[in-house]
Design a protein around this ligand. Structure first.
Ligand code: SF4
Length: 161
């Protein structure tokens, strides 16, 4: 979804959004049942926890650096390819709820996009991406996260939820 502004080779080299520390649990992707089943087909030992109608993976083993990886991450990148969760397809954009209103924010950890001019990041949202995000969240409210301090707000939804 971000192919127009984010070069896939940059993501392939980085993968920062697929590795988490204990404070990032809230940031792990929310999987649909279909994607969860696909991961289970490929990695039957993966454990999931249900979350508001979706699923997040159960992270119980930290590496020596105190990090854990998404179970869909392989040496070659995400094994889900274009079938990755919506959360991952729009990352580093995030949808959050602030005082009862939905908004699109951005994660600063993605240097590739975070260092772009603000106008470019907002323009991309205004050219259709924001509508797609809000529309998907209408049918999958589990992807809406409570506002997390430090995430710059790029755009508020026009109507209230
Ligand atoms: S589903 Fe794929 S893109 Fe998303 S966090 Fe996991 S490995 Fe990364």
């Amino acid at each position: 979804m971000l192919k127009k502004i984010l070069d896939s080779s940059s993501c392939a080299e980085c993968r920062l959004c697929c590795v988490f520390d204990r404070y990032d649990i809230w940031e792990t992707p929310v999987f649909t049942e279909k994607i969860r089943d696909r991961i289970l087909d490929l990695k039957p030992n993966t454990q999931f926890i249900s979350k508001d109608g979706g699923y997040i993976f159960k992270a119980d083993r930290l590496s020596e650096e105190g990090l854990f990886s998404c179970p869909a991450l392989t040496e070659k990148g995400c094994m889900l390819g274009d079938g990755k969760p919506f959360d991952c397809r729009i990352w580093p954009y995030r949808i959050m709820e602030i005082n009862g209103r939905r908004a699109v924010t951005i994660a600063s950890i993605c240097e590739e996009l975070y260092n772009r001019p603000l106008s470019q990041l907002v323009e991309f949202l205004e050219n259709g991406l924001a509508d797609e995000i809000f529309s998907y969240a209408d049918s999958h409210p589990e992807i809406v996260k409570p506002y997390y301090e430090g995430y710059p707000v790029l755009l508020f939804e026009k109507k209230c939820v």
